[in-house]
Design a protein around this ligand. Structure first.
Ligand code: UDP
Length: 334
């Protein structure tokens, strides 16, 4: 029996494929490599280049490889782009996701682990954010993941699909082999490290007037290895007959933009010039997970909760891969 990983050429998906392969699982990847990287694909995984919404492809792959469960990462994940190109997001994240689910259904695959996001909560009314927090996304990216969550619930009721939807907070860090390479890069930690390495002249800090201790936005950073280990546990949970669940993935600790920059100064020993710029529209002041449910339901324990460790692993990867995966487009999962 095999595990189908969509988006296995992306940032988080590629770490997942490595983890599954190391655990002795047979892994099949479907990825259109529109934003991922061929170089990020594990050698042991069987790779099908194509659309996850291609129902016939999905059904064929599932039958050929005897797929028992799917972990679905493939998606577009730029909040800003989703505001200017909502059609792309609803097509890629919702319509393609629906094609995938129907392909799985046709092949009789009933276990599904989904990459959801804290962006489904929208502007928080309380922090830390638990899974019962109201959901009202504030951008099309968040809505696209919200819609997929509702589709999953309906498919569970109607067709017996069992799923774990994992709502990620801020994925960060790297393994020795895999790291974060997006084009364009919009995420904080890679940009801070690019400034430390001299590839960017400075870090732009988007807003310093937020109601937080130092005025910059607070986020809950979670190491990509820990994120993936939660997917492995979700898979085990579904294999044991667990019922469908929505689960936050975060450390439960928030760090401000300035704290991340300080951590990067400590880790790299480099100067990092900072320029305060206008706040990015739609950035909530504080996003921190209440991550108790992941521990209680999945038995999740994080291995790399410290910000310095998260930043150090990202730095080591960037030092070892100064060009990332090369000039091909950026990974689009997470
Ligand atoms: N941010 C920043 N400079 C950058 C990139 C991000 O100040 O070059 C801020 C951003 O406004 C947010 C935080 O860092 O408050 C984390 O942003 P990121 O894009 O990494 O993740 P998000 O929380 O938006 O998913």
């Amino acid at each position: 029996m095999a595990i189908l990983v969509t988006g296995g050429a992306g940032y988080i998906g590629s770490v997942m494929v490595d983890q599954l392969a190391e655990a002795g699982e047979e892994v099949v990847v479907i990825d259109n490599v529109s934003r991922g990287h061929h170089a990020a694909l594990a050698e042991g995984a069987r790779f099908y280049e194509g659309r996850v919404g291609d129902l016939a492809l999905v059904e064929r792959v599932c039958r050929e490889r005897a797929v028992e469960a799917c972990i679905h990462f493939a998606a577009l994940a730029y909040v800003g782009e989703s505001v200017t190109e909502p059609k792309l997001y609803f097509e890629n994240n919702v319509a393609e996701g629906l094609g995938l689910l129907d392909g799985l259904r046709a092949a009789g695959v009933r276990s599904f682990v989904f990459s959801s996001t804290c962006a489904t909560y929208g502007e928080p009314v309380r922090v830390p954010i638990d899974e019962g927090h109201p959901q009202w996304p504030v951008n099309p990216y968040g809505w696209s993941k919200f819609f997929m969550e509702r589709i999953l619930e309906s498919y569970d009721r109607a067709y017996g699909l069992r799923f774990v939807a994992l709502r990620y907070f801020n994925a960060a860090g790297a393994t020795l082999k895999r790291g974060e390479h997006h084009e364009p890069e919009t995420h904080l930690i890679p940009n801070v490290l690019a400034a430390a390495a001299g590839r960017l002249p400075h870090v732009s800090v988007f807003g310093s007037g937020y109601p937080t201790p130092d005025g910059t936005c607070v986020r809950d950073y979670i190491h990509v290895t820990d994120l993936c280990s939660a997917h492995t546990l979700a898979l085990a949970y579904l294999r044991c007959g667990g019922r469908s669940e929505f689960v936050n993935l975060g450390n439960g600790h928030g760090y401000s933009v300035m704290e991340v920059i300080e951590a990067a100064r400590r880790v790299t020993g480099r100067e990092i010039e900072v320029r305060v710029e206008a706040a990015r529209p739609g950035d909530p002041a504080r996003l921190v997970a209440d991550a108790r449910k992941a521990r209680e339901v999945l038995g999740w324990k994080t291995q790399y909760p410290e910000l310095d460790t998260i930043v150090r692993t990202a730095w080591e990867w960037h030092e070892a891969h100064p060009e990332g995966y090369g000039s091909r487009g950026g990974a689009g999962t997470g």
